[in-house]
Design a protein around this ligand. Sequence first.
Ligand SMILES: *Cc1c(COP(=O)(O)O)cnc(C)c1O
Length: 407
Amino acid sequence: MIEMIHNDKKKLPAILGGTPVRKEQLPYAKQYIDDDDCRAVDAILKSEFLTTGPMAKEFETEFAEYVGAKYAVAFANGTAALHGACYAAGIKPGDEVITTPITFAASANCILYLGGNPVFADINKETFNIDAEEIAKKITGKTRAIIPVDYTGQVADMDAIKEIIKGKNIVIIEDSAHALGTKYKGNPVGGLADMTEFSFHPVKTITTGEGGMITTNNKDYYTSLINFRSHCITRDISQFEDTNNDEYWYYEQLGLGFNYRITDFQCALGISQMKKLNWFISRRKEIVARYNDAFKNLDGVILQKNEKFSDTVNHLYVLKLNLKLLRADRKEIFNAFHAEHIGVHVHYIPVYWLPHYQKLGYKKGICPNAEELYNCLLTVPLFPAMNDGDVDDVIEGFFKIINYYRK
Ligand SMILES: *Cc1c(COP(=O)(O)O)cnc(C)c1O
């Protein structure tokens, strides 16, 4: 699986000439599936339950324990999970929810699904994460929630964000789609915010094909999430509005939920992937350490600053091109990498630049740091199945291309 990143109309030229660094294209990310994973899925396909059942429960229990949260609810995908979290937080038409523009559109779309208004707070120039001071500037009487994103896997400054909303009726929904395994001041992400979302899309740290999770320590959120995942239909008598009904078949729909259930065979894959998580984490960290070591000596690129409070497991490794030192723009440099068969990528276009958001009336220029970063961003390939030779190729490619374009 890999997202299609360019179509035939945009065939990329071999710009630097000579022999490409690699014979075959190295993607920017890729899942890691082994025979144990296949056996785990196969067993469930031959069992009684295909959709949300005992495997989902087991996956949720293990996952909650891993991140140090009381509850976990698995969803069909991370976007559905974010939608559920916004529902549980009570987001209603007209409510404002603050998030970062440097994220996947889902972090803001989940607000729109409930009629809320996304408000974009600018990023810190060095860490590329949402800036707590910028959040403070955007808070109004209508602010109901904040969705900080742990961009690339580096956790947002949760204590600073909590300080800002102290005494206010504002819910924190942490988008940790990038950050499974990351620790903030020694504590894993997943138990820090009111609710935390994870994604199991194939490029993420573990995969279930499609899948997502919300973790929380709050029982009311938990109940609400479980209901929302399945139409807000419940058979739990203690939740009934009409308590006189004791028919065996009786159920109630308490709100407008969706069918966001995950299958049990996906959850079996998730459980199997969790067994490899320690290795995924250490391999990602190894590769990141090698990149940091190499790229700190490369004039022309700027590394993402590491915050001391974040023990980061990177989902993405991004570099900022120092265009003042280079004779080309990001597009030309991006194309040169693809000609060398190194699948660099760009994460992300500022969300409010996307046509849907432009049509909603968001103006360009509202988050200058984010826009400046976007024009210089490159995502470097990073996934556990890369071998040391692949990592060498990426580093060689960067030195070849960046030095070529050096002024
Ligand atoms: C991957 C991702 C999500 C969720 O994506 P799904 O594909 O729906 O699982 C949400 N936010 C961010 C920042 C992501 O990268």
